[in-house]
Design a protein around this ligand. Structure first.
Ligand code: ATP
Ligand code: MG
Length: 391
């Protein structure tokens, strides 16, 4: 019965002079997710975005797509009436109730908005008159203005909009309104969730994956590509850089104490990621780290990894319990892919008893053993990176 949607947004509403930037970004993101589904008309008008659907559109598929657009607070399927004249409008609201609710044993409340203050009837008057009309036409209805089962909403603008259903959107801010950051994307559970969360605040995402062939397989890499595809349904297109990290890792393995391997390796990951980030205009790094989850994520270890880069490192999961991360991973559909049992470059070279409280002095000292070749190896890794466009 619906041929259109009314999109409501939350935080964008308080953006003052810059509001149009956020509205335009939201409209563009909506167009992006709907592009492959058909010929939708997306327009922006007085703090609202309207979507008019093509004749043969699929309702469920459209809602699913809109639920992935950050910045949308609510999705309201609406009936659009071309005229705002009172009699036909009244009849249309009645027809709406008749068609949508076959069982009309419910309480309701009318809500009305005038976009155009020249409309001869005020909003409270619309509610009173329309409510009276509905009660007369459907005697089984009852009014409850405090806790209605159903709110029936009418907005009168150039056209009139009637709706009663409100579906929650994902919230957040439209992607593309808050700069770009580089996500360190592994095949695990945490980093895809971290990327999703930062992107939800409007940040565009690029990603880097450290691959260690032949210790890690093509399947492990494919898993990361698949994860990038899954989160790109929310974040929009992602440039995924794949770094061959094998020689750097082997060199660290050869030269440094094994219990410090993970920390030193992670320091080099951060350094490399930062270089790619700077080349691609990213303003920060994102990781899936969470305090205490593993030896390399104690405060001591995080301080040691953090030390090597100048760019801010965003760690949206820092205070999350694992189960809370898993819940989000399930919600955004990355969990099943993340738990596929392929090897990870960090686990292969991992020591039996890694340091949990690395001292910066000790780590820096151990890294001196790398002086001879590490710079060349890092440069080779950067020069040979493969970039995959995910959309
Ligand atoms: P995840 O579930 O995200 O893999 P994890 O709990 O396994 O995290 P670590 O392996 O210590 O934790 O990694 C911490 C963070 O470092 C990850 O969340 C990710 O951002 C980054 N990272 C780890 N390994 C890689 C890799 N091979 N490529 C890119 N980033 C990585
Ligand atoms: Mg991992």
């Amino acid at each position: 019965m619906y041929r259109a949607f009314l999109i409501k947004y939350a935080e964008i509403g308080i953006k003052g002079k810059n509001r149009y930037i956020f509205e335009n970004a939201l409209r563009d993101q909506i167009k992006n997710v709907l592009r492959d589904l058909g010929d939708y008309l997306v327009t922006k008008e007085q703090g609202r975005i309207y979507i008019e659907c093509p004749k043969d559109y699929d309702y469920e598929e459209t809602i699913e797509a809109l639920k992935r657009v950050f910045g949308i607070a609510q999705i309201c399927p609406v009936m659009i009436i071309d005229t705002t004249e009172w009699e036909p409008l009244q009849k249309a609201v009645g027809d709406f109730v008749e068609e949508k609710y076959t069982d009309r044993n419910f309480t309701f409340k009318m809500e009305a908005k005038r976009g155009n203050k020249n409309y001869p009837i005020t909003s409270p008057e619309i509610c009173i008159e329309m409510g009276a009309y509905l009660l007369k036409r459907f005697p089984e209805l009852k009014v409850d203005v405090h806790k209605p089962d159903i709110k029936i909403m009418v907005e009168v603008r150039a056209k009139a909009y009637i709706y009663s259903e409100v579906i929650d959107g994902p919230g957040g801010m439209p992607v593309g309104t808050a700069g770009k950051a580089m996500l360190l994307l592994s095949g695990g559970i945490d980093s895809p969730v971290a990327g999703y969360m930062v992107s939800k605040r409007g940040v565009t995402i690029d990603a880097v994956y450290f691959h260690a062939p032949p210790y890690t397989s093509e399947r492990a890499k494919q898993k990361v590509v698949d994860l990038a595809k899954l989160i790109s349904k929310y974040t929009g297109p992602i440039k995924l850089h794949v770094i061959n990290f094998t020689d750097v890792q082997l060199y660290i393995y050869e030269k440094c104490p094994h219990e410090e391997l993970t920390i030193i390796m992670r320091r080099y990951m951060m350094k490399i990621a930062e270089q790619i980030a700077e080349e691609s205009g990213c303003l920060g790094l994102i990781t899936g780290e969470s305090i205490g989850q593993v030896a390399s994520q104690t405060l001591h270890s995080l301080a040691a990894t953090n030390e090597v880069c100048k760019l801010p490192v965003y760690r949206p999961l820092i205070a999350f319990d694992k189960q809370d991360i898993v819940t989000i991973a399930e919600k955004i559909n990355t969990y099943e892919t993340s738990i596929l049992p392929y090897e990870d470059c960090c686990t292969i070279f991992v020591a039996k008893h890694p340091v949990t409280k690395p001292s910066l002095k000790v780590i820096r000292n151990s890294e001196k053993a790398l002086q001879e070749k590490i710079e060349d190896l890092v440069n080779i890794a950067l020069d040979t990176k493969e970039t995959i466009f995910i959309s």
